[in-house]
Design a protein around this ligand. Structure first.
Ligand code: SF4
Ligand code: SF4
Ligand code: SF4
Length: 262
């Protein structure tokens, strides 16, 4: 299966935030005037001195979030998106520490918290559609398609209008390559993107470091099993309380008692 991705041309973005709105609608989140990644915002458009810079999951070719997750909650799909399996997640948040692009967020306020990030609209693109944020962009600053075609298109734009772009496609090499690519009118570091990343995938590095910590696997696994138990237990308690509440609502004698208090 051909890998797909998104090319975001920062020279075209007009800062209308339609992509943020489409993303919020897609996930059932409230719309927001705060343009930052959060547990209810999976794409954010940040004004950096008049250039509108998009932030979201880069859908790395070899994602660090996937490699550090002890329970396989992240998966790099054959189609390109890196997706999250919330039912497997035990809440250790290693993915948040490991992501080279500082993307995953956490539902700190939730009783049953999950990690949140863009999934490249996996359900939509599997059906042959486009990501919601791409579909609504009035300036065509976001283009969706096979990764090789996007790279060819980015090269074409740079060679046809070299004055408009710096001669670099961000994401082709960064951290071993990503499925989200950027074109920009000026240096990526000035726009707040991380430019000191190695060209090779970070998972190799992660494992090289972890394997040198004595007893990491034993203590890590023991600690994480504890975290998993607590998270799971909390979920069980919540489900029990909800079931109890439902039973109480369906119990007439209880309803009479409630009315007595009115
Ligand atoms: S950008 Fe971060 S969260 Fe997204 S795939 Fe890469 S490592 Fe994972
Ligand atoms: S691809 Fe989908 S999930 Fe990702 S930012 Fe766009 S609308 Fe949100
Ligand atoms: S919808 Fe397009 S033009 Fe509007 S903010 Fe998003 S990327 Fe920029």
């Amino acid at each position: 299966m051909m890998k797909h991705g998104i090319l975001i041309d920062l020279t075209l973005c007009v800062g209308c935030y339609a992509c943020e709105e489409a993303d919020a609608e897609r996930w059932g989140h409230p719309s927001s005037d705060i343009h930052e990644l959060s547990s209810t915002q999976n794409t954010a458009v940040v004004d950096v001195d008049g250039v509108y810079v998009s932030k979201q999951c880069m859908h790395c070719n070899e994602p660090t979030c996937e490699s550090v997750c002890p329970v396989g909650a992240f998966e790099k799909t054959a189609l390109g998106p890196v997706i999250y399996h919330e039912q497997r997640c035990m809440g250790c948040r290693y993915c948040m520490q490991a992501c080279p692009f500082d993307v995953p967020r956490y539902q700190w306020d939730s009783l049953n918290p999950e990690v949140t990030k863009c999934d490249l609209c996996y359900d939509r693109i599997r059906e042959g559609g486009q990501p919601a944020c791409v579909e609504v962009c009035p300036a065509e600053a976001r283009v969706f398609g096979p990764l090789d075609d996007l790279i060819a298109e980015a090269k074409r734009r740079i060679s046809e209008t070299p004055d408009q772009y710096i001669s670099h496609i961000y994401g082709v090499k960064e951290a071993g390559g990503t499925s989200v690519l950027f074109l920009a009118p000026k240096d990526f570091a000035e726009l707040g993107l991380r430019t000191q990343l190695p060209d090779h995938p970070l998972p190799t590095l992660t494992w090289a470091i972890l394997s040198k910590i004595p007893n990491y696997v034993f203590w890590g696994t023991t600690m994480l099993a504890g975290v998993w138990w607590i998270t799971n237990r909390r979920k069980e308690v919540m489900e029990y309380e909800q079931a109890l509440e439902r039973m109480e609502q369906g119990n007439p004698s209880r309803r009479v008692n409630n009315n007595d208090h009115e």
